[in-house]
Design a protein around this ligand. Structure first.
Ligand code: GLU
Ligand code: MG
Length: 637
């Protein structure tokens, strides 16, 4: 989840005193990097995925499942047996926010050949197996986006009662500090976000109103003024960073051939974020209740919202410099490629001095405003030993601000003195139950980058419309019910040349007919006379590629899953979980998920993930990889 420094973390008051220093040197560090590598051209696209996992423990006797707080020890063993023993080890492990979480990636990035798509799932299986091998028989590594009873009494093992005191990290009524990763970065982030904001974070998720759900649904907090004030009727109230950053996701990072290709991919993929997020929807339950949303995005956004009341526009500006319209965790605010410029229709708050400085240093307007926008934020953590750095050879201050801007896409300059290229990270996807599904989503997105680059596709629409799509994408069953703005003619090509395109226009001059509202089914599968569909485009690309039969077979299975999720033939994880709970014999149609219901759900998820039972409504018949033999595989269904 970002930069991990060692040392003594500073309090918010101390960190604040160094904020300008961090920004000033962060910019100098960025400039050093930029000037050193702006002309670097790489010839291959490299990429890698990141999967976040939760560690759970089943109590079969009492029918209870809990999150186990030993991620740090599991991680230590995984790293010791893995990367530290063998630099070519096939997996890499990193810490994540929850003390019950770990994050796994392939040991080496994947390269540009098609056959590598056939190794993704194997690698994910290896990761699951490797982590599972360190656990006891009644424990498991789960790829679930949100743990349904996160924040309910006794949801961790060992159990801890939250201790909501000012000196603690989150001061939560529900989420104990012991559930936060023990690395000081995570608790410091939590405390400093709260102190910077001036109050606890507030997350209100609409409750799903079932037949017997009280209406209005009101939780009273008579003992706690702050909660009584902050919680809204008909909403599930949450009050800690852990409710957001304690969720898991699936990310993909691409290394582009050059900075301009990275900027182009950043923009194009930004428009895809809401679509793929809705397709990957996997988080319908929060704090033991059935909610009315299917995706985690807004929850995490609120869970790390460090803006003060002034910045949020609730009080006149006095101590702060800007009104800021979004949380640090949110969708991107500006396109980076020249083609994107005319679609930049969101008001961008920037640090003007930094912007001017960047221009003077030869950075173009679009990149300068992007960086100057990221740098309106304060550093949230700072380690005493890491204040004075060598700006020519280190980038911690830049990374400090960069890695706490958690946006749908991240534009990543190379680290100093490395042979890594310019990268972009695709961040909106929810993690799926199985390695098969996670591979399918990853391969779909990577293939999409291939066709975007090969066919010079252009998905750009005004960025404000992408923001509207992000809102729709999180709603219950958005995949089937939602309508999304999407560009009609994506194959014009003329507009979408990587280096340089038509002169920028003002967005008000845009012909309104460039985009229209479409369903996800239309966007993914196409509709006669309306839109060709992303899967048909991918299929025609694959027809023209040299691909060995086995790889083609895997890819077709992956695309089939995406296709059927988009058409509704298969369920999203969110929908499947909703149905599972709705049909549970204990469910009282009151939106409540009990310990026992949670237990059966997570047990079932774990059985599906380990291929101990089938789940055709979620995975279809392509559940197990069918080894190809015989005639050409059929891409038509
Ligand atoms: N777990 C976060 C999410 O679900 C992402 C944390 C990270 O940036 O690694 O989006
Ligand atoms: Mg992560």
């Amino acid at each position: 989840m970002g930069l991990l420094s060692q040392g003594s973390p500073l309090s918010w008051e101390e960190t604040k005193r160094h904020a300008d220093h961090v920004r000033r040197h962060g910019i100098l560090q960025f400039l050093h990097i930029y000037h050193a590598v702006k002309d670097r051209h790489k010839d291959v696209l490299k990429w890698g995925d990141e999967v976040e996992y939760m560690l759970v423990s089943f109590d079969h006797e009492n029918k209870k499942v809990q999150l186990v707080l030993f991620g740090e020890e599991v991680l230590e063993t995984l790293q010791e047996k893995g990367e530290r023993t063998n630099p070519n080890h096939p997996t890499l492990w990193r810490p994540e926010y929850g003390s019950y979480m770990i994050e796994g990636t392939p040991g080496q990035p994947y390269g540009g050949t098609m056959s590598e798509f056939n190794t993704v799932e194997d690698n994910m299986r290896k990761r699951r197996k490797e982590a599972t091998s360190l656990l006891e028989e009644n424990q498991a590594v789960c790829t679930i986006t949100s743990f349904p009873r996160l924040g309910c009494p006794g949801f961790t093992l060992p159990e801890y009662k939250p201790n909501p005191v000012e000196g603690g990290a989150s001061k939560s009524l529900f989420f104990p500090d012991e559930a936060i990763n023990k690395h000081p970065r995570f608790s410091t982030l939590t405390r400093n976000i709260r102190h910077r904001r001036g109050e606890k974070v507030v997350i209100n998720v609409p409750i799903f109103k079932d037949k017997n759900t009280p209406s209005p649904f009101i939780e009273a907090f008579p003992e706690d003024d702050e909660a009584a004030r902050a919680s809204k009727p008909d909403h599930i109230y949450m009050d800690a960073m852990g409710f957001g950053m304690g969720n898991c996701c699936l990310q993909v990072t691409f290394q582009a051939c050059s900075i301009s290709e990275a900027r182009y991919l950043y923009d194009q993929l930004a428009t895809i974020c809401p679509i793929v997020m809705a397709l990957s929807a996997a988080s319908p339950f929060y704090r033991g209740y059935v909610s009315d949303i299917d995706c985690r995005w807004g929850v995490i956004s609120a869970s790390v919202d460090d803006r003060t009341r002034e910045e949020r526009g609730l009080e006149p500006l006095k101590n702060n410099n800007y009104r800021i319209s979004k949380s640090r965790y949110d969708s991107i605010d500006s396109y980076l490629s020249e083609c994107g410029e005319k679609y930049n229709d969101i008001n961008l708050t920037i640090d003007k001095e930094i912007y001017e400085q960047l221009l003077q240093e030869g950075i173009d307007h679009l990149l300068a405003q992007h960086v100057a926008h990221l740098f309106i934020r304060d550093p949230l953590t700072l380690f005493e030993e890491k204040i004075h750095l060598d700006d020519a050879n280190e980038s911690d201050h830049f990374e400090n601000i960069q890695s706490t801007n958690w946006q749908t896409m991240r534009f990543k300059p190379p680290p100093p003195n490395s042979d890594i290229g310019w990268r972009v990270e695709f961040r909106p996807m929810e993690v799926q139950l199985t390695d098969f599904e996670n591979s399918a989503y990853v391969v779909f997105v990577v293939l999409l980058t291939r066709v975007i680059l090969s066919y010079k596709l252009d998905f750009l629409i005004p960025l404000s419309k992408v923001d509207e799509n992000m809102k729709v994408a999180q709603k219950r069953d958005a995949v089937l019910q939602g309508m999304f703005y999407f560009r009609k003619d994506i194959c014009k090509g003329g507009n979408a040349v990587v280096d340089g395109c038509g002169k920028a226009q003002n967005s008000s001059e845009l012909p309104p007919e460039e985009y229209t509202l479409m369903s996800i089914d239309t966007i993914i599968n196409g509709k006669e006379g309306v839109f060709p569909g992303l899967i048909p485009i991918l299929n025609s690309y694959l027809e023209n590629m040299e691909v060995d039969v086995d790889t083609r077979c895997s890819i077709l299975n992956y695309l089939k899953l995406i296709k059927k999720r988009a058409s509704g033939e298969l369920m999203t994880v969110a929908k499947w979980m909703r149905e599972f709970i709705a049909n549970h014999p204990d469910y009282k149609q009151d939106s409540v998920i009990t310990d026992e219901m949670n237990y059966s759900l997570i047990l079932k998820c774990n059985q599906i993930a380990n291929e101990l039972c089938e789940c055709p409504e979620l995975l279809g018949s392509s559940f197990r990889k069918v080894k190809y033999s015989g005639s050409k595989p059929d891409s038509s269904n």
